[in-house]
Design a protein around this ligand. Structure first.
Ligand code: NAP
Length: 237
Protein backbone atom coordinates (compact mmCIF):
# COMPACT_ATOMS: atom_id res chain seq x y z
CA UNK A 1 0.00 0.00 0.00
CA UNK A 2 1.34 3.42 -0.91
CA UNK A 3 -1.27 5.43 0.93
CA UNK A 4 -0.46 4.40 4.48
CA UNK A 5 -0.66 7.03 7.19
CA UNK A 6 1.08 7.35 10.54
CA UNK A 7 0.96 9.73 13.48
CA UNK A 8 3.95 10.21 15.74
CA UNK A 9 3.28 12.29 18.85
CA UNK A 10 6.09 14.55 20.04
CA UNK A 11 7.73 14.33 16.62
CA UNK A 12 9.19 17.82 16.48
CA UNK A 13 12.50 16.62 17.92
CA UNK A 14 14.39 13.72 19.48
CA UNK A 15 13.50 10.09 18.84
CA UNK A 16 10.05 11.05 17.54
CA UNK A 17 11.46 13.15 14.72
CA UNK A 18 13.63 10.22 13.63
CA UNK A 19 10.64 7.87 13.74
CA UNK A 20 8.66 10.30 11.54
CA UNK A 21 11.56 10.59 9.10
CA UNK A 22 11.96 6.80 8.80
CA UNK A 23 8.21 6.25 8.34
CA UNK A 24 8.17 8.93 5.62
CA UNK A 25 11.06 7.09 3.95
CA UNK A 26 8.91 3.90 4.10
CA UNK A 27 6.26 5.72 2.05
CA UNK A 28 3.89 6.72 4.84
CA UNK A 29 2.12 10.04 4.93
CA UNK A 30 3.39 11.00 8.37
CA UNK A 31 1.56 13.34 10.69
CA UNK A 32 4.17 15.09 12.78
CA UNK A 33 2.54 15.63 16.16
CA UNK A 34 3.75 18.78 17.86
CA UNK A 35 2.23 20.89 20.62
CA UNK A 36 4.03 23.96 19.29
CA UNK A 37 3.09 24.83 15.68
CA UNK A 38 6.37 26.56 14.88
CA UNK A 39 8.58 23.75 16.22
CA UNK A 40 6.36 21.29 14.34
CA UNK A 41 6.59 23.27 11.10
CA UNK A 42 10.39 23.27 11.27
CA UNK A 43 10.42 19.48 11.78
CA UNK A 44 8.05 18.95 8.85
CA UNK A 45 10.37 20.99 6.63
CA UNK A 46 13.40 18.98 7.78
CA UNK A 47 11.67 15.63 7.29
CA UNK A 48 10.30 16.60 3.89
CA UNK A 49 8.45 14.09 1.71
CA UNK A 50 4.95 13.31 2.86
CA UNK A 51 5.30 14.83 6.34
CA UNK A 52 2.36 16.93 7.57
CA UNK A 53 1.99 19.01 10.70
CA UNK A 54 -0.62 17.94 13.24
CA UNK A 55 -0.76 20.29 16.20
CA UNK A 56 -1.64 18.42 19.37
CA UNK A 57 -0.76 18.55 23.03
CA UNK A 58 -1.33 15.10 24.48
CA UNK A 59 -2.38 16.64 27.82
CA UNK A 60 -5.04 18.83 26.17
CA UNK A 61 -8.01 16.70 25.04
CA UNK A 62 -9.42 19.58 22.95
CA UNK A 63 -6.34 19.75 20.73
CA UNK A 64 -6.30 15.94 20.44
CA UNK A 65 -9.97 15.79 19.41
CA UNK A 66 -9.45 18.55 16.83
CA UNK A 67 -6.43 16.72 15.42
CA UNK A 68 -8.30 13.39 15.30
CA UNK A 69 -11.21 14.99 13.44
CA UNK A 70 -8.80 15.84 10.59
CA UNK A 71 -7.64 12.25 10.01
CA UNK A 72 -9.84 9.77 8.21
CA UNK A 73 -7.69 6.64 8.34
CA UNK A 74 -4.61 5.88 10.41
CA UNK A 75 -2.42 2.81 9.93
CA UNK A 76 0.16 3.44 12.65
CA UNK A 77 0.04 5.45 15.85
CA UNK A 78 3.33 5.99 17.67
CA UNK A 79 2.74 7.31 21.18
CA UNK A 80 6.18 8.86 21.55
CA UNK A 81 5.61 12.15 23.42
CA UNK A 82 7.06 11.88 26.90
CA UNK A 83 8.62 13.83 29.73
CA UNK A 84 11.06 13.04 32.52
CA UNK A 85 11.02 16.02 34.86
CA UNK A 86 13.44 14.61 37.44
CA UNK A 87 15.51 11.63 38.49
CA UNK A 88 14.43 11.86 42.13
CA UNK A 89 13.48 8.78 44.17
CA UNK A 90 9.87 8.46 45.41
CA UNK A 91 10.79 9.78 48.86
CA UNK A 92 11.76 13.10 47.26
CA UNK A 93 9.01 13.30 44.66
CA UNK A 94 5.74 15.04 45.47
CA UNK A 95 2.41 13.80 44.22
CA UNK A 96 2.22 16.85 41.94
CA UNK A 97 5.30 15.71 40.04
CA UNK A 98 3.88 12.20 39.68
CA UNK A 99 0.63 13.77 38.42
CA UNK A 100 2.42 15.98 35.89
CA UNK A 101 4.50 13.07 34.59
CA UNK A 102 1.49 10.75 34.34
CA UNK A 103 -0.54 13.46 32.55
CA UNK A 104 1.83 13.17 29.58
CA UNK A 105 3.24 9.66 29.77
CA UNK A 106 0.09 7.77 30.76
CA UNK A 107 -3.15 9.79 30.48
CA UNK A 108 -1.88 11.48 27.32
CA UNK A 109 -1.46 8.09 25.68
CA UNK A 110 -5.01 7.10 26.64
CA UNK A 111 -6.40 10.41 25.33
CA UNK A 112 -4.59 10.14 22.00
CA UNK A 113 -5.17 6.41 21.48
CA UNK A 114 -8.89 6.58 22.21
CA UNK A 115 -9.35 9.69 20.06
CA UNK A 116 -7.63 8.06 17.07
CA UNK A 117 -9.25 4.61 17.48
CA UNK A 118 -11.98 5.31 14.89
CA UNK A 119 -9.29 6.25 12.32
CA UNK A 120 -7.18 3.22 13.28
CA UNK A 121 -10.20 0.94 12.90
CA UNK A 122 -10.43 2.07 9.25
CA UNK A 123 -6.98 0.57 8.63
CA UNK A 124 -6.71 -3.05 7.49
CA UNK A 125 -3.59 -3.47 9.68
CA UNK A 126 -3.69 -1.02 12.60
CA UNK A 127 -0.51 -0.76 14.66
CA UNK A 128 0.12 1.08 17.92
CA UNK A 129 3.62 1.59 19.30
CA UNK A 130 3.98 2.92 22.83
CA UNK A 131 7.43 4.38 23.43
CA UNK A 132 8.22 3.13 26.90
CA UNK A 133 11.57 2.68 28.65
CA UNK A 134 13.78 -0.16 29.79
CA UNK A 135 13.92 1.66 33.13
CA UNK A 136 10.26 0.63 33.59
CA UNK A 137 11.17 -3.05 33.59
CA UNK A 138 10.57 -4.35 37.12
CA UNK A 139 12.70 -7.39 36.26
CA UNK A 140 15.66 -5.23 35.23
CA UNK A 141 15.04 -2.98 38.25
CA UNK A 142 15.31 -5.86 40.69
CA UNK A 143 18.01 -8.04 39.14
CA UNK A 144 19.63 -10.50 39.00
CA UNK A 145 21.18 -9.00 35.84
CA UNK A 146 19.94 -5.42 35.68
CA UNK A 147 20.88 -3.44 32.59
CA UNK A 148 21.33 -0.27 34.60
CA UNK A 149 22.29 0.79 38.13
CA UNK A 150 19.79 -1.01 40.37
CA UNK A 151 18.55 -0.26 43.85
CA UNK A 152 18.56 3.53 43.75
CA UNK A 153 14.83 4.12 43.25
CA UNK A 154 15.84 7.03 41.03
CA UNK A 155 13.46 8.50 38.47
CA UNK A 156 10.42 7.23 40.36
CA UNK A 157 7.74 9.31 38.63
CA UNK A 158 9.11 8.62 35.15
CA UNK A 159 9.82 4.92 35.61
CA UNK A 160 6.50 4.17 37.29
CA UNK A 161 4.67 6.11 34.57
CA UNK A 162 6.30 3.93 31.93
CA UNK A 163 5.46 0.80 33.96
CA UNK A 164 1.83 1.97 33.84
CA UNK A 165 2.21 2.50 30.10
CA UNK A 166 3.47 -1.08 29.79
CA UNK A 167 0.38 -2.34 31.63
CA UNK A 168 -1.83 -0.29 29.31
CA UNK A 169 -0.01 -1.78 26.32
CA UNK A 170 -1.04 -5.27 27.41
CA UNK A 171 -4.62 -4.21 28.12
CA UNK A 172 -5.06 -2.37 24.80
CA UNK A 173 -3.50 -5.32 22.97
CA UNK A 174 -5.93 -7.75 24.59
CA UNK A 175 -8.94 -5.50 24.00
CA UNK A 176 -8.11 -4.89 20.33
CA UNK A 177 -6.59 -8.25 19.36
CA UNK A 178 -9.67 -9.51 17.55
CA UNK A 179 -9.83 -6.33 15.47
CA UNK A 180 -6.41 -7.02 13.92
CA UNK A 181 -4.49 -4.51 16.00
CA UNK A 182 -0.88 -5.00 17.12
CA UNK A 183 -0.07 -2.97 20.22
CA UNK A 184 3.47 -3.13 21.57
CA UNK A 185 5.82 -1.19 23.84
CA UNK A 186 9.32 -0.13 22.84
CA UNK A 187 12.38 0.28 25.04
CA UNK A 188 14.50 2.68 22.95
CA UNK A 189 17.65 2.43 25.07
CA UNK A 190 19.58 5.37 26.47
CA UNK A 191 19.64 8.10 23.79
CA UNK A 192 21.22 11.51 23.46
CA UNK A 193 18.16 13.77 23.44
CA UNK A 194 16.87 16.78 25.38
CA UNK A 195 14.89 14.46 27.66
CA UNK A 196 17.96 12.85 28.99
CA UNK A 197 20.24 14.56 31.48
CA UNK A 198 22.81 11.89 30.72
CA UNK A 199 22.55 12.70 27.02
CA UNK A 200 26.30 12.83 26.56
CA UNK A 201 26.49 9.10 27.24
CA UNK A 202 23.43 8.22 25.16
CA UNK A 203 23.43 6.52 21.79
CA UNK A 204 22.07 7.71 18.47
CA UNK A 205 18.28 8.36 18.67
CA UNK A 206 17.97 7.32 15.00
CA UNK A 207 18.91 3.78 16.01
CA UNK A 208 16.07 3.70 18.56
CA UNK A 209 13.66 4.97 15.91
CA UNK A 210 14.31 1.87 13.81
CA UNK A 211 12.82 -0.23 16.62
CA UNK A 212 9.62 1.84 16.57
CA UNK A 213 9.34 1.53 12.79
CA UNK A 214 9.81 -2.24 13.04
CA UNK A 215 6.84 -2.43 15.44
CA UNK A 216 4.77 -0.07 13.25
CA UNK A 217 5.31 -2.39 10.27
CA UNK A 218 4.62 -5.73 12.00
CA UNK A 219 3.07 -8.36 9.73
CA UNK A 220 -0.25 -10.04 10.53
CA UNK A 221 1.51 -12.87 12.36
CA UNK A 222 3.64 -10.47 14.41
CA UNK A 223 3.45 -10.18 18.19
CA UNK A 224 1.03 -8.04 20.17
CA UNK A 225 1.06 -7.05 23.82
CA UNK A 226 4.85 -7.30 23.99
CA UNK A 227 7.74 -5.19 25.23
CA UNK A 228 10.70 -4.99 22.85
CA UNK A 229 14.08 -3.37 22.78
CA UNK A 230 15.01 -1.16 19.83
CA UNK A 231 16.84 -4.16 18.29
CA UNK A 232 13.73 -6.36 18.45
CA UNK A 233 14.75 -8.48 21.43
CA UNK A 234 12.05 -8.97 24.10
CA UNK A 235 12.40 -6.95 27.31
CA UNK A 236 11.20 -8.62 30.52
CA UNK A 237 8.33 -6.85 32.26
N1 NAP B 1 16.20 9.58 25.35
C1 NAP B 1 16.22 8.44 26.02
O1 NAP B 1 17.28 7.99 26.49
C2 NAP B 1 14.95 7.66 26.23
C3 NAP B 1 15.05 6.43 26.86
C4 NAP B 1 13.89 5.68 27.06
C5 NAP B 1 12.68 6.17 26.63
N2 NAP B 1 12.59 7.39 26.00
C6 NAP B 1 11.27 7.84 25.57
O2 NAP B 1 11.33 8.24 24.22
C7 NAP B 1 10.31 9.21 23.95
C8 NAP B 1 10.92 10.39 23.21
O3 NAP B 1 11.84 11.01 24.07
P1 NAP B 1 13.13 11.81 23.55
O4 NAP B 1 14.29 11.22 24.24
O5 NAP B 1 13.12 11.91 22.09
O6 NAP B 1 12.83 13.23 24.26
P2 NAP B 1 12.74 14.72 23.69
O7 NAP B 1 13.83 14.98 22.72
O8 NAP B 1 12.62 15.57 24.91
O9 NAP B 1 11.36 14.71 22.91
C9 NAP B 1 10.14 14.61 23.58
C10 NAP B 1 9.05 15.01 22.62
O10 NAP B 1 7.80 14.89 23.33
C11 NAP B 1 7.11 16.12 23.13
N3 NAP B 1 6.15 16.36 24.20
C12 NAP B 1 6.36 16.47 25.53
N4 NAP B 1 5.20 16.73 26.16
C13 NAP B 1 4.25 16.81 25.19
C14 NAP B 1 2.87 17.06 25.20
N5 NAP B 1 2.20 17.33 26.34
N6 NAP B 1 2.19 17.06 24.02
C15 NAP B 1 2.83 16.79 22.87
N7 NAP B 1 4.15 16.57 22.79
C16 NAP B 1 4.85 16.58 23.95
C17 NAP B 1 8.19 17.18 23.09
O11 NAP B 1 7.68 18.38 22.55
P3 NAP B 1 8.30 19.84 22.94
O12 NAP B 1 9.48 20.06 22.03
O13 NAP B 1 7.16 20.75 22.67
O14 NAP B 1 8.68 19.78 24.39
C18 NAP B 1 9.17 16.46 22.17
O15 NAP B 1 8.75 16.56 20.84
C19 NAP B 1 9.71 9.58 25.32
O16 NAP B 1 8.49 8.89 25.51
C20 NAP B 1 10.75 9.08 26.29
O17 NAP B 1 10.22 8.76 27.56
C21 NAP B 1 13.71 8.13 25.80
Amino acid sequence: MNDRTALVTGANKGIGKHIARLLAAEGFTVYVGSRDPERGRRAVEEIGGAARLLVLDVTDPGTVERAASRIDRLDALVNNAGISPSLAPPTETGAEEFRRTYETNVYGVVTVTNAFLPALRRSPHPRIVNVSSGTASLTWSTGPNPQFTPGSGAGAAYRSSKAALNALTVLYAQTLAEDGFKVNALAPGLRATDLNARAATGGDPAEAAQGAVHLALLPADGPTGGFFSWDGTPVPW
